[in-house]
Design a binder for this molecule. Structure first.
Ligand code: SAH
Length: 218
């Protein structure tokens, strides 16, 4: 796969995007710097949307899916409170943009995508960009028991409920960030598994995601 060049113009637009995210309340410098390093325009297949690559907007990425809005990516990533070397499970690889941000922060990323065309294309794209995640074509409701438990689990599609398997695959001290709710709007939940094994949940407000697909989806 050939990637678009990343020139000074894109770098300038990225700096502006990072400034914008700062004014919207994103504080974590490591997260802002990671977003400042990932060439988001290289994740957009349809050239009609290229001009908007560094706007704070979501875009179609094929298969009826979208690349999340940069603010949402920043918000979820900030909530993860990542440290280098942490094992992270992402549900909903999509374009791979969020995956790249996690990798820039030094996480070891396993990411599951339910739609095969997206999985295949993103695998090729991230490899061409030099990123090395473990990408899986599969069903995110089940998590990835063979690689777990995880320090962090991040769901990037709107889940109708909190899948039990994602909770059980969290390490004690681990954290699950998941938008939950049926319909257009979800609540962003941050669920911590405490060292004694119990769970503690916080609600961080309303967000909009494409729905988490069930088993009938292609
Ligand atoms: N993190 C992505 C966001 C993509 S949108 C990005 O940065 O581009 C959410 C993605 O979740 C879509 O690609 C969708 O196909 C995928 N998805 C939906 N249901 C899923 C499931 N059950 N398991 C894994 N992925 C799923």
């Amino acid at each position: 796969m050939s990637l678009l060049k990343d020139d000074f113009r894109h770098q300038g637009l990225r700096r502006k995007l990072v400034d914008h995210l700062r004014t919207k309340g994103v504080r974590d410098e490591a997260v802002l710097q990671a977003i400042g390093r990932v060439p988001r325009h290289q994740f957009i297949d349809d050239s009609a949307f290229l001009e908007l690559a560094y706007e704070d907007k979501a875009f179609p990425i094929g298969c009826g899916q979208t690349i999340s809005q940069p603010y949402t990516v920043a918000f979820q990533t900030e909530l993860l409170q990542l440290a280098k070397g942490m094992k992270v499970l992402e549900i909903g690889t999509g374009s791979g943009y969020q995956t790249a941000v996690l990798l820039e922060l030094g996480a070891k990323v396993h990411s599951i995508e339910r739609q095969r065309p997206l999985y295949l294309r993103t695998k090729e794209r991230l490899a061409a960009m030099g990123y090395r995640p473990n990408l899986i074509y599969g069903d995110g409701y089940k998590g990835l028991p063979r690689e777990g438990p995880f320090d962090r689990v991040l769901v990037t599609c709107g889940a109708p409920f909190v899948p039990e398997d994602l909770l059980t695959q969290l390490k004690p001290g681990g954290r699950l960030v998941i938008p939950v709710g049926e319909g257009d709007v979800q609540r962003m939940l941050c669920i911590d598994r405490k060292p004694d094994g119990t769970f503690e949940q916080r609600d961080l407000g309303a967000f909009r995601f494409v729905p988490m697909l069930g088993n009938t989806a292609k």
